[in-house]
Design a binder for this molecule. Structure first.
Ligand code: 2P0
Length: 339
């Protein structure tokens, strides 16, 4: 007897960044953030969870390689979900006592600042919730694996509410609009480097919280206003406003990294060249047609409308002769299916 559940979830690209925790243990952020979840099957994680009475201890396979289950966040997610299932009494005790084999795969570079942990944990938690028939909000559970994962639980544009409660019960994600709301929106992912980053997000955030005055200013004065403006821009499909806010917020996040002490940085010369090229292009067009954003790595995500994709793609290919360019179509929702 065995039960297998498979789920997929896609990466999300933040347009208002999450950077800094107010609680390391519960992964509670200092500020709200907003992101777009990409189409499934393009840049996604796929996780299968198998529960069987003869699995001797919990096992984890990442991209086909057996990895240690001795991972605090992984264990927190599994234990929390089993605890909820126990309280809900919808699955029997014996089933809950079986160990699990988790197999997760990404179809994009892991840990290169391409939100692999977000898709991975969103996917894992979606699969586990399905396995143990959890009906309650799963964004909170995904957050326990990796903060940004709570946003990958939904498709379209998503807001992660920082919340204010000590137990994190109000630090959840919610959908702003479905992916179908802005069907012309496209994302180009320019892979500048697919190597693992040198300062992990968790370490970088901690250092920024401890030392950056700019982060305090950002959290207090910039993000609340930007979140409201971003939601209006998304709902009103105002690309100019959306693009300007996206670029400014990315730049401020990277400025916070430099304002931290000792400083750290994720952008490379190629990243800076991309920034310059986009601004020059927008200037020549006499309107903002493309927005860049960079997470904790050198890779660029460009937001643009479908009509501008051919020209921008040609420009990128001309300036960066052999880039690894992924053309990501639109935005979509994660799916879970039982086998
Ligand atoms: C974001 N990033 O909003 C920001 C922008 C990176 C730069 O969320 O410690 O991997 O697991 O909560 O979620 C990356 O942080 O960090 C991130 P943890 P996570 O997408």
């Amino acid at each position: 007897m065995s039960v297998i559940v498979t789920a997929t979830a896609s990466v999300n690209i933040a347009v208002i960044k999450y950077w800094g925790k107010r609680d390391e243990e519960l992964i509670l952020p200092l500020n709200d953030s907003i992101s777009a979840t990409l189409d499934t099957n393009v840049m996604c994680a796929r996780t299968s969870v198998c529960a069987r009475p003869d699995i001797e201890e919990n096992e984890m396979y990442l991209n086909g390689i057996k990895t240690s289950f001795d991972n605090k966040r992984l264990q927190t997610c599994l234990n929390k979900i089993k605890a909820i299932a126990t309280l809900q009494k919808v699955v029997d005790k014996e089933f809950l006592s079986w160990n699990v084999r988790i197999c997760s795969e990404n179809n994009f570079p892991t840990a290169a600042g391409l939100a692999s942990s977000a898709a991975g944990y969103a996917c894992l938690v979606t699969a586990l919730a399905k396995l143990y028939k959890i009906e309650s909000d799963i964004s909170q559970l995904a957050r326990l694996g990796s903060g940004s994962a709570c946003r990958s639980v939904f498709g379209g544009f998503v807001r992660w509410h920082a919340g204010g409660k000590c137990d994190g019960s109000d630090s959840t994600a919610s959908q702003i609009v479905q992916s179908t709301h802005w069907p012309e929106m496209r994302v180009l992912v320019l892979v500048v480097a697919d190597k693992k980053k040198h300062t992990s997000s968790s370490i970088g955030m901690k250092r920024s919280v401890e030392s950056s005055e700019l982060l305090k200013y950002r959290v207090e004065h910039c993000v609340p206003r930007r979140v409201d403006e971003m939601i209006n821009a998304i709902k009103g499909k105002d690309f100019q406003r959306f693009a300007e806010l996206t670029m400014k917020d990315s730049n401020q996040f990277h400025a916070v990294c430099l304002d931290s002490y000792p400083p750290f940085h994720y952008l490379t010369n190629v990243s800076y060249k991309i920034i310059d090229v986009i601004h020059k292009y927008n200037e020549i067009c006499k309107e903002t047609r493309v927005a860049y954003t960079f997470d904790a790595g050198p890779n660029a995500c460009l937001f643009l409308l479908e009509k501008d994709v051919p020209e921008v793609l040609s420009l990128i290919k001309y300036i960066f002769p052999s880039p690894n360019t992924d053309y990501v179509r639109g935005l979509d929702v994660p799916k879970a299916e039982e086998e």
